[in-house]
Design a protein around this ligand. Structure first.
Ligand SMILES: C=C(O[C@@H]1C=C(C(=O)O)C=C[C@H]1O)C(=O)O
Length: 363
């Protein structure tokens, strides 16, 4: 095939025809979603419109059927946006996230809910919990663990005295950059601002490249990006969103010590999410302070061949919560084998709280 104008013209004509078709199909899909909303409200006036298990199934199916040449993740991202717009037709979804604007948590919220959701930054993790509990927003997004730095204990602690449930998870690859403003004197950088987790995730890189620069922990990467605008001798470590938001330049890209650095975020809300076919459950368990307690707790999971994906211990905060374990495992509370394990665990523990069953993160 040559690149002759006639060839280009006919290819563009073909693209126009395909776009017409795509337009017609997306509109038909949106009409269907509107009808789904009518059915939902007819049976239950206080119906929940967002269905995480259904969205996970739609995305998984698309990824499975994708014929290429676009890769499956790319295709799922496109469908993510189509669903986001369809859901907004049913009801605009309000989402609170750990702010300020430009944080990785905002990026996670967009990745999970798409651009049509209305997202609101909160100053602290417990504020996100409070907004969801008060019903001021439909959902919240909070970080829970990082592959390099471990657990975000604030999030786990917030679950202890809350009735909030986990409705979903989203995993984000975290890339950090060293950023400067146009007024920064690049060879005079004596200070690097970032969130403590990000400073820790780039520790070796900083040791090698800026051994003498003072590392200043601040409340978020976005805050670090904002601060250096007025300091000619300072740089910030933050991600793409913060760089774009504050118009900063990248001196060095992807400076995280581990190339697979990723953070897991939780979607919190108040609904029970039905099975999606590939689910996870999170529980918090209090054990009495006695020898063998942890073994007693884990033994039923082993016997029923249930795959544990995470175990965290947190100090107790009341008399009842002597030892508190946060456990994530594969499976859904509505599955008989999971129900059986939970029954056994309840007999051995002084308190068990199911935080939620939810689809394993798709994107
Ligand atoms: C259309 C529905 O409502 C919402 C929109 C979806 C979609 O666009 O596919 C999927 C699940 C819901 O979040 C539905 O429940 O099927």
């Amino acid at each position: 095939m040559t690149d002759s104008p006639t060839n280009l013209d006919s290819l563009r004509q073909r693209i126009d025809e395909l776009d017409n078709e795509i337009l017609r199909l997306i509109s038909a899909r949106a009409d269907c979603a509107k009808q789904v909303a009518e059915v939902k409200t007819k049976h239950d006036p206080s119906a929940v419109f967002y269905r995480p298990e259904r969205e996970a199934q739609v995305l998984r199916r698309i990824m499975e059927l994708n014929p290429g040449p676009l890769n499956s993740e790319e295709m799922a991202r496109l469908f993510r946006e189509i669903m986001s717009a369809c859901l907004a037709l049913e009801q605009p979804t309000k989402v609170a996230y750990l702010g300020p604007e430009g944080t990785f948590t905002q990026q996670a919220a967009l990745k999970h809910f798409g651009e049509s959701a209305v997202s609101m930054p909160m100053a602290a993790i417990d504020e996100v919990f409070r907004e969801v509990e008060a019903g001021a927003v439909n959902y919240g997004v909070v970080p829970v663990e990082n592959s390099t730095e471990g657990v975000v204990s604030h999030t786990l602690d917030s679950f202890m005295d809350s009735s909030i449930r986990i409705c979903g998870e989203v995993v984000l690859r975290i890339h950090h950059h060293l950023l400067v403003a146009d007024t920064t004197l690049r060879d005079k950088v004596s200070r690097v601002y970032s969130h403590p987790q990000s400073l820790a995730q780039c520790r070796k890189w900083l040791d090698a490249h800026y051994p003498r620069a003072e590392r200043v922990p601040v409340s978020s990467n976005a805050e670090a990006a904002r601060m250096i605008k007025s300091e000619w001798h300072s740089a910030a470590i933050a991600g793409d969103m913060a760089a774009k938001l504050y118009g900063l330049e990248k001196v060095a890209e992807k400076i995280e010590d581990r190339p697979d650095n990723s953070t897991r975020f939780l979607i919190i809300g108040s609904q029970h999410v039905p099975m999606s076919g590939e689910d996870k459950t999170s529980i918090v368990v209090a054990m009495r302070n006695q020898p063998g307690a942890l073994h007693d707790l884990l033994e039923p999971f082993h016997r029923h061949s249930i795959d544990l994906t995470r175990l965290e211990t947190r100090p107790s905060r009341t008399g009842v919560w002597n030892y508190v374990f946060f456990i994530d495992f594969k499976g859904h509370v509505d599955e008989p084998r999971v129900a059986a394990v939970l029954e056994e665990v309840r007999l051995r523990a002084s308190e068990v709280k199911v935080l939620g069953s939810y689809p394993v993160g798709v994107l």
